[in-house]
Design a protein around this ligand. Structure first.
Ligand code: NOJ
Length: 536
């Protein structure tokens, strides 16, 4: 124990460490100009909503010029705005107004690949083999007698080989769709250009970046074949429409050691500015290898995907929380919990759908928000939206096409936000021709109704954010576990908050204490089935 006043004073954490984050999937958030696609002005128009909800940081998915082969993750110009989303002036206005409301803005950076319509790739195709223009990408000769076979056995995440052949017989690498050629991170121009892009947005006052496929970029020397049985060697299987971004040493497409040097470079650029943060999408299963991305000179934070990967089972949830906290503590970093994003089935659906799925998703929101660290909601999660399947002809995800109509892809989790009114598209757009259909099922879940309803998921999330931000019980990096009844878990934060979760089908007794908030109305003194509670 220390006697020095200075050393007992609470250290103030950086803004990102415990932030209330919110992912805006721009295409489906709010359409201000009636073209059926959400846009920057649509976000600005809803800043009041975000402020009321208690959001402190938004992550906006790509809005750059793009042919939209992968909904904007195929970037043709990383320093512009696609006309379907607005203009740079709209972007500047959004950042200014978000900051006026105390909301920080992260933009999405896609350094692993560009669009095939990026001027560099157009130039590469028009340039001879071995030219400097080709060296910005990963062009290789094929195998087989006449080079007719791909250079290695890697499969693309969206299905099919990760190589496409061009007119002169060479092949180029694309870990995702053929429209997304992978950049060559051994090329100095590629690195310098990312620096230019980062500074371009930092100069426009963004608070930081979400970095797409942050465990990609670096490739192994010689691009060797993946071992048989590796996900990289295929066949590709997307369970439940989810991208199974592969992890582990057996997959040469990701998590190569050279990636850390790239993160150190990104960090150096971010550190040229004050108080900016980098947040990585790092799908790396091995805890030690994951933690390496969070070393003090690399990413500030990375999405903590653990809760997504486990079913609604108390033991597994407890195990993964413990593991994630240990991993983050090993590098003095702070988790950024998440249950949902635009690549995954929505929690309500993942946890079984219907009333039970909704109850479980609400319970997990309370668990997530009780934990030390930041958390990120995905737009619509606060409304308890389910994933909704849409007709074949409406599907847009490249996975559908690339898998030959076997995998339906991620569209079911990307449908337009229901705001108001009793007809689709529920205030999302003035046009009925929205880029993905607006399902009738979303009508009863629209924001305007949920605001009025104290029992709604929106009201639960609002209250939870409010309590989490104002109550002194939510402090301390560590948690202590109770020994609860089977099928339940309970932990206590240093500041005194107790969070209990009941994953069984029966109500359970709770330890004595004052209830701050519960995900379902309490059953007298009992915690109902599929519910969580906050107590002190
Ligand atoms: C991860 C993004 O979240 C996903 O939507 C995208 O398809 C891939 N990266 C490729 O950029």
């Amino acid at each position: 124990m220390t006697t020095s006043e200075e050393s007992t004073a609470p250290t103030s954490l950086p803004w990102w460490a415990e932030t209330v984050g919110y992912q805006i999937y721009i295409r489906s958030f709010a359409d201000s100009d009636g073209n059926g696609v959400g846009d920057l002005q649509g976000i600005t128009d809803h800043l009041g909503y975000l402020e009321l909800l208690g959001v402190q940081t938004v992550w906006i998915t790509p809005f750059y010029p793009s042919p939209m082969a992968d909904a904007g993750y195929d970037v043709a110009d990383p320093r512009g705005v696609d006309p379907s989303f607005g203009t740079l002036a709209d972007f500047d206005a959004l950042v200014t107004q978000a900051h006026e409301r105390g909301i920080r803005v992260l933009v999405d950076i896609v350094p692993n690949h560009s669009s095939q319509e990026h001027p560099w790739f157009v130039e590469a195709l028009a340039s001879p083999l071995g030219s400097a223009a080709r060296d910005r990408y990963l062009f290789r000769d094929g195998r087989g007698e006449n080079g007719e076979l791909p250079p290695n056995n890697w499969q693309a995440i969206f299905g099919g080989p990760a190589w496409t052949r061009v007119a002169d017989g060479q092949w180029y690498l694309h870990i995702f769709a053929p429209e997304q050629p992978d950049l060559n991170w051994e090329n100095d121009e590629v690195r310098a250009d990312l620096g230019t892009t980062l500074r371009f947005w930092l100069d426009r006052h963004v608070d930081g970046f979400r970095i797409d496929v942050a465990h990609g970029m670096a490739k192994p020397a010689g691009l060797p074949d993946a071992p048989a049985g590796s996900p990289a060697a295929g066949p590709v299987h997307h369970e439940g429409g989810i991208i199974p971004v592969a992890e582990g040493a057996s997959d040469p497409r990701f998590d190569n050691d050279g990636v850390h040097d790239i993160h150190r470079f990104i960090r150096q650029v971010a550190d040229e500015y004050t108080d900016r943060a980098t947040m990585g999408e790092v799908w790396v299963a091995d805890p030690k290898r994951f933690a390496d991305y969070l070393r003090p000179d690399e990413l500030h934070q990375a999405f903590t995907f653990g809760l997504i990967e486990v079913p609604f089972e108390a033991t597994k949830i407890q195990e993964i929380i413990t593991q994630e906290l240990t991993t983050h503590a090993s590098v003095n970093s702070h988790p950024a919990w998440t249950l949902s994003n635009h690549d995954l089935l929505r929690p309500v659906t993942r946890y079984g759908g219907g009333e039970v799925g909704t109850a479980r998703a609400r319970a997990m929101l309370l668990v997530e928000m009780a934990l030390p660290g930041a958390f990120y909601l995905y737009n619509g999660e606060e409304l308890g939206l389910p994933s909704v399947d849409i007709p074949d002809e409406a599907l847009q995800d490249p996975t559908w096409l690339r898998s030959g109509g076997v995998e339906r892809g991620r569209d079911s989790s990307r449908l337009p936000m229901p705001w108001e009114g009793d007809e689709p598209p529920f205030g999302f757009s003035t046009s009925n021709a929205t880029w993905l259909p607006s399902p009738a099922e979303y009508g009863p879940l629209r924001a305007e109704l949920q605001f009025e309803d104290a029992a709604s998921t929106l009201s639960l999330v609002r209250q939870a954010i409010e309590i989490r931000g104002s109550h002194e019980a939510f402090t301390g990096d560590e948690i202590d576990w109770y020994v609860p009844p089977a099928g339940c878990l309970a932990f206590r934060r240093l500041g005194g908050l107790i969070c209990a979760l009941n994953t069984t089908d029966e109500p359970v007794a709770l330890p004595p204490g004052e209830v701050l908030l519960s995900s379902q109305p309490m059953d007298g003194d009992l915690l109902p089935a599929n519910s969580a509670v906050w107590m002190i």
